[in-house]
Design a protein. Structure first.
Length: 155
């Protein structure tokens, strides 16, 4: 089965998602900066399988994963305008409805990536992980639900 190319048009829904992304990015990064100012000079930078910190470093290292994950979220928001490039395993977009839902998936994941960046900063400052596994579980569940729906929408 050959993938078709679909064009994502500007919509009220898309604009709402993009505004939500920008506002959430401002809130998350303001929170990260606030956490940074209050953080001790040395913070946990890695957590073992039990969730306990097993490596420490300067608090500036908190920014590395947060910046990378924020950029990934922004790429998800831009990538929605090219739905034919979405790489879902075994899923070929053959209808406009599938393309619309794959676009929604990318937008929702973009927002969830921002929340993940905030969870990483919060957990690094707290010294043990709690929010990171919750965010990853939510992201996995969202992906599974959306992919199931996209695969069912053939027409």
């Amino acid at each position: 089965m050959k993938k078709q190319k679909f064009k994502a048009e500007r919509s009220t829904e898309g604009t709402a998602f993009e505004l939500a992304f920008v506002l959430l990015a401002v809130v998350v990064w303001a929170t990260i900066v606030m956490f940074y100012r209050q953080a001790p000079d040395i913070i946990p930078t890695h957590f073992g399988p039990t969730g306990a910190a097993d490596a420490f470093g300067p608090k500036t290292r908190m920014f590395i994963p947060c910046v990378i994950i924020t950029v990934i979220g922004a790429c998800m928001m831009v990538g929605v305008y090219f739905p034919h490039t979405v790489n879902l395993p075994g899923v070929y977009l053959v209808s406009e409805r599938q393309a619309a839902w794959s676009t929604r998936l990318a937008r929702v994941l973009g927002i969830l990536f921002l929340l993940l960046a905030g969870a990483i900063a919060l957990d690094m400052l707290r010294g043990h992980i709690l929010f990171i596994p919750i965010m990853i579980a939510v992201m996995v569940l969202v992906c599974v639900a959306f992919i199931y729906l996209i695969m069912r929408l053939k027409n």
